[in-house]
Design a protein around this ligand. Structure first.
Ligand code: SIN
Ligand code: MN
Length: 259
């Protein structure tokens, strides 16, 4: 799946791009069918919500499951990534973020590069985050909010927040968010299951809790140029993988082939 010139322009200008329903219902069903087994595993990559103890995020999935092993090389994700950077890319992080109905908790306002810089020693904000919606994501079930164009400002001051949720995160202050939103507003990334969302490492984003009766799960693959590795990795492998082998796309039917 190649991005059109207009889509690449939109991504470069806004810092994120929503591509409605690019994975089929069958592909989404195949991906989702693996989750109950993975979430039931006793694995350090399964991180529970602070309050409900439901799974909040499940990480390192391509090393734990054969469907996710193929998904991280899916052409609908990797071809766009290769259009963005015409250099070899490695798999930095692979997860499903869940927001279970009634209990999914927030992700505070942040930009991903703050964590990559502070915790992994990555030098440049070149990582690209590629999402697939595994449920319909609506205004009600905890969509990701983006501040359009906030990626253009580069780095903002960030602080490590270890207490708001069970997942330590480098967050930005309300003052920074207020001033960015005054200029650029907020967009919530919604779409049917199968929708692809691509965004850059310095775009400011966050998401509210899920008080709706509908689950919200999203697959996320972060890729990064091989030339921009973590220089001081401090996190476990499932948070930043250290295998710098270049990713090559598989065939279009790699998820549903019958072998
Ligand atoms: C979320 O799953 O709502 C947050 C995802 C992210 O910060 O990339
Ligand atoms: Mn993020």
């Amino acid at each position: 799946m190649k991005l059109l010139d207009g889509e690449i322009n939109q991504l470069n200008t806004q810092g994120f791009l929503i591509l409605q329903e690019r994975f089929s219902l069958e592909e989404v069903k195949t991906i989702k069918s693996r989750l109950p087994f993975l979430f039931a595993e006793k694995h350090p990559g399964n991180i529970k919500e602070k309050e409900s103890q439901c799974v909040r995020t499940s990480m390192g999935l391509h090393k734990r499951d054969c469907v996710f092993e193929r998904l991280v090389s899916h052409p609908k994700l990797i071809e766009p990534a290769k259009q963005i950077y015409s250099e070899p890319l490695y798999i930095q992080q692979v997860k499903v973020n869940v927001k279970e109905a009634f209990s999914g908790e927030i992700w505070q306002w942040h930009y991903d590069f703050a964590t990559h810089r502070e915790e992994d020693g990555v030098e440049k904000p070149l990582a690209v985050n590629l999402h697939i919606f595994l449920d319909d994501v609506t205004e009600f079930n905890g969509p990701i909010y983006f501040i359009p164009q906030s990626h253009k400002y580069g780095d903002h001051a960030a602080l490590l927040d270890k207490t708001s949720t069970s997942y330590p995160l480098w967050v930005v202050s309300n003052e920074v968010v207020k001033s960015l939103v005054e200029s650029h507003g907020i967009v919530s990334a919604t779409g049917k299951k199968g929708t692809v969302l691509i965004f850059f490492d310095t775009i400011v984003h966050g998401s509210p809790g899920n008080m709706s009766p509908w689950d919200r799960s999203i697959f996320s693959l972060i890729v990064n140029p091989v030339s921009n590795p973590p220089l001081k990795p401090t996190r476990p492998d499932y948070k930043h993988h250290l295998d710098f082998s270049p990713i090559n796309p598989l065939s279009d039917n790699c998820l549903i082939r019958k072998d």
